[in-house]
Every structure is written in structure tokens, then in C-alpha cells.
Write a protein that binds this ligand. Structure first.
Ligand code: ZN
Length: 390
């Protein structure tokens, strides 16, 4: 009898092993297919599902930018904690060099499009973004940026316009999605519009958003009600650089994580999607100003540290860090010392450099390897257990 039970136990173990090896094979198949940008449909795949995604985009943050910031910070960066690292190709639909609109649209919708395009495909048709889909699925959604909230990167997750310059139209598109939390600049595109008489801040309030701004109250002093949707404007137009006193990215991002975790979902069942952009790393690159790049990147890296801490405690959160492209063609040259970098820039615009992707948490393995920027969209879907789209 005892032997029989033992045999049964061994048999069960064998069945268990066989099953798990099949699962692994399918997982690898999907994994390889995804890294080639091919068909991602995998049968029988059981990867631990990511309930939440924190997607951190350092605009213009190539490897040289990370290198420079690390050197200037005694080689200490939270980004260096990641064990799973991949590479994406940021090329847009035509040409080699992307802008932030096509780059973020690739992440948000999975399609290569033309520079300037906000949430639309190369034929200018609208594509539902991952943020919009998460919102429809009942998840909480949020965005935090150090640019205006209607700037190319955040815009590409919520708006659908053929030109990134359509700031007022992009602001109007915020009314079409019940995004739960957003913080960034650009108040004037909401409440003092030139193209119509709409006051989108009043419209947000009618939709039961709590809306505030830096004129009324410091972000740090706000008491935020996690039951209500929340919007906060950090500037009328572009927020100032970190070196000139802007300091909300860390607090607004940390608050976002805690807010979205319990927002309208006290049992914490449905999860959230949060996009955080360190927008001005790119602006430092455009200005060919290495100190500007480094100070913005070090601030962004503090947020990466908070996201990793949140994910470690939560256990169900996938943290992704990447850039849409490199900006400036930054090089760290001979003669540099840890105290004094000799830098040069080859461009005042973006370059075609391949871009690292850093991943932590459930589904992180999907992000190892070499793939197109558009593959990040389907990898996020796979991590969340959603069907893969072509
Ligand atoms: Zn740029």
C-alpha cells in the first residue's frame, strides 16, 4: 500500500515534470518568436502574470546618457539593478531616425508609424493604445511626465492625431478616456484654448476629477482621495528643468503607484498601467548640454528605484525602463575622469542608436533579446495575459 502510494507520487511527479517541460518549450517558442517580431501566439503558455505595469520612458536616454550619469554618480544607478536587459530597434515606419511621437506610438499601439504621429498608424487610422485598453478592462491607469502632458510621449498613449503639434486636440482627447491619474505641464491647452471655447478643466471636474495645479497648491501638500480621478498641472506650458527647481517627478510617481493600486479597487484585484516619462533627458540632448542630461537622468533614476521597490514589495508588478531613442549622439571622450567628463555631441537631434530595455518582475524574461520597438507592445500584452495582436 505504502509502495503503491509512493509510486503514485513518483508518477505524479513525472507527469508534473513532463507538463512543465512542455510549458517551457512553448514559452521559449513564444519567446523566440516575439524576439524576432514574428507570430507571438503560444499555446499552453503559463508565465506568471503581471497584474500591474509601470512603464518608465527616459526620453532620449541612450546608453551613453546612462553611462555619463552613472560616472557622475559614483557608478551608483538604480537602473544597474536590472538582470533582464534587451535591445530594441527604434526605427520608425520610414527612415532610420524616429521622433518621440512615432517612438511612443510603437510602444503604445504596436505599429510602426511616421514621425509626428500620435496614436495613429502609418495610414493615419487610429489605433487603440494599451492604456485605453487597460482602462476598458477596468484597470486603473495613469501618466506622469516632466513635459506637458500633451507632449508626444504621453500623448501617444491616450490621443489619436496625425500631428504631435495638435496640442489642443490632444488635450481634448483626454476627455475620451477615463484615465485615473495624470500629472504634467500644459494647463493652458486645457483651459485657455484658441481653437474653441471649451474649458477642459471644468469638463474634467464635471467628470468627477479632482483637478489642481501648482498655482493653487504644492503637490507635496495635496491630500489625494484615491476614490476620485486625479489631475494635476505642474506648469502652464513646459515644466522647468530639474536643475532650476522642478522636483515633482519622484513624489508624483510614488503617489501614482500607491493611488492606482487602490483606486476604485480596494481589494486590489484588477491592476494598473502607469506610464512615467523623464521627458527632459531628451531636451538636454537637443541642447547638447551634458549636465542637463545627467541631472534629468539622475532624477528619473530615483523614480526607477521607487518603482523597483514597489514591485519587490508587491510581487505582481512588471517594471520596464527604456527610451524611445537616443538624443544628441552623446560621446564620452578620451581625457574624461570620474570628476570631469569630456563629452561631445554629434547631433542636435535624435540618432538611430539601438536602445536598451530593462525589465523586472513577472514576464520580465520576455524582454530579453533583440527586437523592434513595436514588440514591446505585444510583450506587455503577453505579460498581462492579453491576446497578442498583429
Ligand atoms: Zn527629442
Amino acid at each position: 500500500m505504502k509502495l503503491g502510494l509512493n509510486l503514485l507520487f513518483v508518477a505524479l511527479l513525472l507527469v508534473g515534470c513532463k507538463k512543465s517541460s512542455i510549458v517551457n518549450a512553448d514559452y521559449n517558442e513564444a519567446f523566440i518568436a516575439s524576439s524576432m517580431g514574428g507570430d507571438l501566439t503560444a499555446k499552453g503558455m503559463t508565465v506568471k502574470k503581471a497584474k500591474n505595469i509601470i512603464f518608465l520612458i527616459g526620453d532620449g536616454m541612450g546608453l551613453s546618457q546612462v553611462t555619463a550619469a552613472a560616472i557622475k554618480n559614483n557608478n551608483q544607478l538604480h537602473i544597474k539593478q536590472f538582470k533582464v536587459i534587451g535591445i530594441h530597434n527604434p526605427q520608425p515606419e520610414a527612415g532610420l531616425i524616429t521622433d518621440s511621437a512615432a517612438g511612443a506610438t510603437a510602444f503604445a499601439t504596436g505599429v510602426k508609424t511616421f514621425n509626428g504621429a500620435i496614436g495613429v498608424a502609418a495610414d493615419s487610422t487610429s489605433r487603440e493604445t494599451i492604456l485605453e485598453e487597460c482602462e476598458k478592462l477596468g484597470m486603473a491607469t495613469g501618466m506622469v511626465a516632466t513635459s506637458t502632458i500633451v507632449h508626444a510621449t504621453p500623448a501617444s498613449f491616450i490621443a489619436h492625431r496625425p500631428s504631435r503639434k495638435q496640442y489642443e486636440d490632444i488635450a481634448a482627447d483626454f476627455m475620451n478616456t477615463e484615465i485615473d491619474y495624470f500629472v504634467g505641464g500644459g494647463k493652458k491647452y486645457f483651459d485657455r484654448r484658441s481653437k474653441d471655447e471649451r474649458n477642459l478643466i471644468e469638463e474634467l471636474k464635471k467628470k468627477e476629477y479632482v483637478v489642481s495645479d501648482y498655482f493653487q497648491q504644492d503637490f507635496e501638500k495635496l491630500e489625494i482621495d484615491a476614490k476620485k480621478n486625479f489631475a494635476y498641472f505642474t506648469a502652464d506650458d513646459d515644466p522647468i528643468p530639474f536643475s532650476k527647481g522642478r522636483d515633482y517627478l519622484l513624489s508624483a510617481s510614488t503617489t501614482a503607484m500607491d493611488f492606482l493600486k487602490v483606486h476604485e479597487d480596494p481589494k486590489d484585484e484588477k491592476g494598473f498601467f502607469l506610464m512615467i516619462e523623464g521627458s527632459q533627458i531628451d531636451w538636454g540632448g537637443h541642447a547638447n548640454d551634458a549636465d542637463y542630461v545627467i541631472s534629468e537622468l539622475l532624477e528619473f533614476d530615483e523614480v526607477v528605484g521607487k518603482a523597483l521597490q514597489f514591485a519587490r514589495e508587491d510581487g505582481e508588478t512588471l517594471v520596464l525602463v527604456t527610451a524611445d531613442h537616443e538624443t544628441g549622439g552623446l560621446a564620452i571622450n578620451s581625457g574624461s575622469t570620474p570628476d570631469s567628463l569630456v563629452t561631445s555631441f554629434s547631433s542636435g537631434y535624435h540618432t538611430a542608436d539601438l536602445i536598451p530595455v530593462y525589465a523586472y518582475g513577472p514576464g520580465a524574461e520576455l524582454f530579453s533579446g533583440f527586437y523592434e520597438n513595436t514588440a514591446i507592445y505585444n510583450k506587455m500584452r503577453m505579460a498581462m495575459g492579453l491576446n497578442v495582436k498583429k
